[in-house]
Write a protein that binds this ligand. Structure first.
Ligand code: CA
Length: 588
């Protein structure tokens, strides 16, 4: 047995409360090393006295752990317990061939040795207020990201000077096409028909650029986008159509034209706002590098000093204001990893006090456990999860083994209740369009969409991906939405709608279904996974550029499958033919 590879820790992703009754315990072993793992567990305080007056600890039960996933190096084992007194002492009994050993906090001991609860791992008490509890609605939500300047122009009278005719050319960094909030309202039927249930909009606050990430006033709607009344109407229109609304803010840094920063630029040390930023010295310089803290080295994005009480109060007030006055359902927070944890703890408390089920999403591109302990964010943008899919299906940069390895590793990076609400996206205003990443191959885009919509987490579709918009890194990925049916990829639209409807109709398709990769089909050039929920089971098959003919294992053979996208029947006992880059979703 490879003891060095055996790992458990009494902290977040290996030991956590899944809900108010259930504790999840995970163990990692070397791939293929352990045949069976049992969890020995009991209550820390359950002792019994024998006739001789000796007290012994009562082991409640020994339960089999389930091997729920495998990366290229490790197997991940899981047990879900509902301890009657909400507390547990536990150790792992690991079997490998003829060997068996027990792994506890004190280390390894022989399996026939007496259980010493003092050396066992401990979950002291399941306190409800410590349970990670994101808003319930999020795991059933399908998001749609809108870049308001490019979605639809509903009110030309607001257009900035120099606005170009809609879609007349590819966007440049400083182009304006006149998109606005009224445009979104006018196309609510499109969104409803697509089936999405949440809209995430990049910033709508007053700012000079087309992307509005350089906020001037967090309390005002940008006049090119509309006003507060239009914004209110937008939220109400979405709500009455069953669509949640998430807005975006940057609290890490301000825009260059943010009046307090301009005040410091002008008055230097005498400015009453000098402590709103991180100034090292006066006068301020911008060359060769700015002598004040910024986002990256960008002189036009001065970093905000969120420890300053006055500024902190202003930003937290912003967080509360749009929720309280306009009933928004979520905050997406830009560059969230560079803002202090204490700020986010306070932000969460204040905003959730107004609306407990508001969704707080941090923009973090890397592993983010420190922000996901229940006291700061409900989720982060789950780039690690979808990155492997893009590189495998889209760009053919990694092997099938690497894709499975990275995807499984991303799942075991977080507790299940964190993964269920993690924000999964294949592209955004910050990345090239998926169609472009796929070299224009629409079949690959369909594979990616099928993967996204069947993955655990809350999926987000970037506006226009569903009708075949293309474009490189920004500004290319920010083209105008196409409203002329003849210019749209209607096949892609129908495919996307079908996937969304399946996810909404079948619990097993989305978060309720457990995803298991079947790596035995890699040799047949197929990525395969099942999704299971109770009696329901789906089989997903993805071929590569060569296509494939797949022969299923005995366990899956027999009977007929219904392919859920096309509706055709497929025999399980004959070879299943897949065209190049095809996805089949099979249900018995
Ligand atoms: Ca307009």
């Amino acid at each position: 047995m490879q003891k060095e590879a055996i790992y458990h820790s009494s902290s977040s992703k290996y030991l956590y409360a899944y809900d108010n009754e259930t504790i999840h315990i995970r163990l990692r072993t070397k791939k293929g090393d352990a045949d069976e793992i049992k969890l020995r567990w009991g209550d820390p305080f359950e002792w019994e006295e024998d006739e001789k007056g000796n007290w012994t600890w009562e082991l409640y039960e020994t339960v089999k752990m389930e091997k729920q996933g495998s990366s290229s190096l490790f197997d991940f084992w899981v047990a879900a317990l509902k301890p009657p007194y909400k507390r547990v002492k536990y150790a792992f009994e690991i079997h490998s061939g003829s060997e068996s050993i027990v792994y506890a906090e004190k280390g390894f001991f022989q399996s026939d040795e007496k259980n010493d609860s003092g050396g066992f791992f401990t979950f002291p008490y399941l306190n409800e207020e410590d349970v990670f509890s994101p808003p319930e609605w999020v795991k059933e939500t399908v998001w749609y990201q809108i870049f308001p300047e490019r979605f639809a122009n509903g009110n030309p009278s607001l257009d900035p000077e120099g606005t170009l005719p809609w879609g007349s050319k590819d966007p440049e960094r400083d182009s304006f096409f006149g998109g606005d909030l009224e445009g979104i309202i006018q196309h609510i039927d499109y969104l409803k028909d697509l089936g999405i249930t949440g809209v995430y909009m990049t910033p709508v606050f007053k700012a000079p650029t087309n992307h509005k990430y350089d906020t001037i006033d967090y309390m005002e709607i940008d006049p090119h986008f509309g006003d507060k009344e239009t914004f209110r109407k937008l939220v109400e229109t979405c709500h009455s159509n069953g669509i949640k609304v998430m807005i975006d803010a940057v609290f890490n840094h301000a825009g260059y034209h943010f009046p307090p920063f301009q005040d410091v630029l002008e008055k230097g040390e005498a400015s009453k706002y000098k402590d709103w930023f991180h100034m090292k010295e006066f006068p301020l310089k911008t060359e060769p590098k700015p002598n004040y803290a910024t986002f990256a080295f960008e002189k036009t994005m001065p970093k905000l000093n969120t420890s300053n009480p006055e500024l902190k109060a202003y930003l937290i007030e912003t967080g509360k204001y749009w929720v309280k006055e306009f009933d928004v359902d979520g905050w997406r927070l830009d560059v969230a990893n560079e803002v202090p944890h204490t700020f986010w703890r306070e932000f969460r408390k204040e905003v959730k006090a107004i609306k407990p089920d508001v969704y707080i999403l941090g923009e973090i591109w890397h592993e983010a456990s420190e922000w996901l302990l229940g006291d700061q964010f409900d989720a982060v943008m789950n780039y690690p999860y979808t990155d492997a899919a893009l590189r495998y299906f889209g760009k053919e940069e990694i092997t099938a083994e690497e894709f499975i390895d990275k995807t499984v590793s991303a799942v075991y990076m977080y507790p299940d209740n964190v993964t269920e609400v993690s924000f999964n996206l294949l592209g955004s205003h910050d990345t090239p369009r998926i169609l472009t990443e796929c070299g224009g191959n629409k079949d690959k885009v369909k594979q990616l969409m099928a993967f996204l919509l069947s993955a655990p987490g809350t999926p987000c579709i970037y506006y226009g991906d569903e009708i075949g918009l293309s474009g490189d890194m920004d500004p290319g990925c920010r083209k105008c939405m196409v409203w002329d049916e003849k210019q749209r990829d209607l096949d892609m639209l129908a495919f996307t709608k079908k996937l969304i409807s399946l996810r909404k109709a079948m619990p097993v398709f989305g978060n309720h279904g457990h995803l298991t990769f079947l790596d035995q089909y890699i040799g047949q050039d197929i990525i395969a996974y099942t999704k299971e929920y109770g009696e329901e089971k789906l089989l997903f098959l993805f071929s590569n550029a060569k296509g494939a003919e797949l022969h299923l294992d005995e366990s899956l053979q027999g009977g007929t499958f219904k392919e859920l996208i096309s509706g055709r029947d497929i025999s399980g006992s004959e070879g299943i033919v897949l065209k190049p880059n095809e996805v089949l979703i099979l249900k018995r």
